[in-house]
Design a protein around this ligand. Sequence first.
Ligand code: SF4
Length: 477
Amino acid sequence: MGGFFGVVSKENCTRDLFFGTDYHSHLGNQRGGMLVWGRRGGLQRSIHDITNAQFRSKFQYDVERLKGKIGIGSISDTGDQPLIVFSRLGTYGITMVGAVKNLAKLSKNAFSEEHRAHFCEKTGTGINPTEMVASLISLGDTFKDGIKLAQDKVQGSCSMLLLVKDGIYAVRDRLGRTPVVIGEKEGSYAATLETSALYNLGYQVKHWLGPGEAVLLTSDGMTQVLPPQDRMQICAFLWVYYGFPASSYEGINVENARYRCGAKLAERDSDLVVDGVAGIPDSGTAHALGYANASCCQPSRTPVPYKRAFVKYTPTWPRSFIPSDQITRKLIAKMKLLPIEDMIRGQRLLFCEDSIVRGTQLRETFKILMKDMGAREVHVRCACPPIMFNCKFLNFSRAHNIMALASRKAIFALEGNCNSRLSEYCNDASECYLRMVEEIRSDLKLTTLKYQKLDDLVAAIGLPREKLCTYCWDGKE
Ligand code: SF4
């Protein structure tokens, strides 16, 4: 996915930039970058590979070296960022969060007789999507025109920060798939994706950008460049899984939304008797706390205590370390999650999980619970509906092959074809849906399995359904 942070200050901004960008480390694991407009008018940049190291450890010396009052930072899964662009609009820096899904078409157009463009940055084997967005911006007569042009041309999503001589353009995706928020403190403005990056640095939220909105931040204030649009499709998965608990999007806190998700799951479980509810760390923990708290308010039910049946061991495992072979990957995932036998043996336990993607790791985890740790029963409640489709709008596909999704594997087992009757399988009131969930339960060898209903998830988040992207679960755009 990726994240970004930008600062405009009357003083040197690099310390705020360093910590603010670091607070986005959970959103990406390939490249980190910092770019500042230096005191003598020059751009200073540092980019490091963070696949096997934390952002902080790679950039701690750059904080001393980079000096300037305006800067942007990036955590990226799509190649080097921020980029420096020399254009007819002037020199600028750019970092982007999103996905340019029509990159091939845009490239073809850029290489046409008419445009004869060229690109210098790459991601994997292709053009760096941030450079493609920059090439569109540079076609505009002004930054405002160029930003609008890029928003109109990019299919997928594109929130970005542009560093110019006097400030930062903060731009939210046309449909607001990802958030962008402006913070303010005495003498400084910040632009961030995660509001949790603001508070320890002394910033207060000043403005939530609406879909498609763009503002220019200078040391003197904030000016609106493009107005917000009505239609919004913010990613609902932010609240379920990948958003940070201390953050809020559209003014709705992540931890709170996860408690409400857990409460919704508990509401549909009033007759289930278990000895405790536990979360699969990290995000499953908040859903489980919500479940346990809500069980205290169910008149017909004995309150279900929260238990930590698992803890994470992370000090020696950078979260971003992703070895190339699957056996080592599985081993590391297992090594990071430590079961606490005293909480498990002889117990009837209910586990809350943020989402079930492939189910392969969960199968291993629950096998340990039942076989090695002696759990009596293992019930699982998933905080979102079955994932049926890969994300088309962000770089957020947790299973690269659609066939690997637990839902599609179940449909294949039932139908002999993983694409059969998808609209019926998406409908949680249908017979097909119940058979699919039963197939997944039996494959994972669970005592019971239930998924969140989409209506309940939407209610737990608290935004109108038409303002949320729910494509992963219902395939609707
Ligand atoms: S498809 Fe899923 S992950 Fe992608 S933006 Fe929509 S809800 Fe988020």
